[in-house]
Structures are given as C-alpha cells and as structure tokens.
Design a protein around this ligand. Structure first.
Ligand SMILES: [Zn+2]
Length: 242
C-alpha cells in the first residue's frame, strides 16, 4: 500500500507501507517497507495512471532489528500526533530522513547510540511544530558562552548561570540545570542533518546516560505539552531497551 506522496515536478516519492500480519489477536500494523520513485501519466482525466515505479530504498532491514523496529513505532506515533490529521511534507521528510539515518545506523553497526538519534528526531519534530526551545543564547544577556546554563520550562529557553543567579524571579520558575557540554550537544543535534549525526557518530563518544536524560527531559516536556499526553511507544522502548 502506498500511503503518502511527496510531489516534485512530475516524479513522486512515496513511502511504501506493507501490512504486517500480527501473530497476536491485537490486529495488524503498517510497516514502512520502502521508498519508491513513481512516474505517473497525467492526461486529461483526473485519474493518474502508474507509468513506472522503482524502489529507491529498502527499509525492510529496519524491521528485523529490535532496536530500530521499536524506534520506528515511536517515530510513527510522534509524527502522527504532530501532524494532527494532515500529514505535511515536513513530517514526511522528517520520517524519511529518520529512516535513512537508521538504515546507516544499522549498516555501521553503531548499537548503543540510538538514543542520540531519538533525541535529534525529537528536536527536529519540535522545530516542525514551531515550538523548538531557544538554545542559541541566553535570552536575558544574549551571551552564547557560559559553563553552566538553566533551561526554564515555562518560557522554553536557556539562560546563563549569571543571569539565573542575578534575578530572583528565575529561581521561582521550574528550571533544569544543564552543563555547557549538554547544551553544545543539543545545538549540534539541532543543526546537524540526521544522516550526518550517524556519519559522525564517533564525535558523540562522550554522550552519557546523564546527558541523554537531561536532553530527553526537555524534549519530552515540550512534546507532551504539545500533544497533550505521553507517548505510549516510548514506554515500550524504555521497558524493552533499557
Ligand atoms: Zn545571561
């Protein structure tokens, strides 16, 4: 089944879904199996005829890997919620870029570092929704350099340690202390294409569980606020992969 299209001139890219028959009595699931290039014949009729189709990428390998198959369920769930019923090109492109990055992740055999990809995906999903937190500079004094930062949840922005300590009102707001190292990684994840993150995964060898926990706390608070509830597949990932 071909569910969605990204139109570019006359050729169309599609993410192809296959129905997976479930062994359990909980119904079936739609798996993204491939990316296709499709050429259709237009003509005068409103109906388009399939002229040619070609598999560009085969994603089936991702479903044979426990880690990536669970992440795909998560990515699908988040995209479904953030698209709010009408799948935009940005959502489809994010889905495709995430699948491509995971394909390289499996090929490079980088097991154990999938969390980086999940956090990068979340940051990019927040950007699509227009609710990405401001990480670039201190929202008070505009500095970009500080050894310690505070993320203020209510205003979804970071402020430097000096400004945090000099203004009492910030101490009354719900905040999270984050290190320079963590903020640098967040900035990298925000500005690097997903595929580049996997290509340069060696650069993240200092990525610790604590850093991941801090980033995840920020991205999830923002995402669940936007969606209005928690994400079920993340709980499944936590119970199986951790
Ligand atoms: Zn400041």
């Amino acid at each position: 089944m071909i569910a969605t299209f990204i139109t570019e001139h006359c050729s169309i890219s599609a993410l192809c879904y296959g129905v997976k028959k479930s062994a359990k009595n909980i119904g079936s699931d739609l798996n993204i199996t491939a990316k296709l290039s499709i050429i259709v014949d237009g003509g005068k009729s409103e109906l388009y005829r399939l002229h040619e189709s070609l598999i560009i990428k085969d994603y089936s390998i991702l479903h044979n890997n426990l880690e990536t198959s669970l992440i795909i369920s998560y990515v699908k769930e988040v995209i479904l919620y953030i698209s709010q019923g009408s799948m935009s090109d940005e959502c489809l492109i994010l889905m495709e870029k995430t699948l491509d990055a995971m394909l390289l992740y499996v090929e490079k055999n980088c097991s154990g570092l999938i969390n980086i990809l999940m956090r990068a995906f979340e940051i990019k999903a927040l950007s699509i929704c227009g609710i990405a937190p401001a990480f670039k500079r201190c929202s008070i004094c505009q500095t970009t350099e500080s050894q310690n930062w505070y993320y203020i949840f209510d205003i979804a922005t970071v402020i430097c340690k000096n400004c945090y300590q000099n203004d009492r009102k910030y101490k009354t707001l719900y905040s999270q202390n984050i290190t320079k190292e963590t903020l640098d990684i967040i900035r990298q994840l925000k500005h690097s294409p997903l595929i580049k993150i996997v290509e340069n995964i060696e650069n993240y060898k200092h990525y610790s569980k604590d850093i991941d926990k801090d980033i995840r706390y920020i991205t999830m608070s923002r995402l669940t606020d936007y969606i209005g509830h928690s994400i079920k597949s993340l709980a499944v990932i936590d119970s199986i992969l951790l």
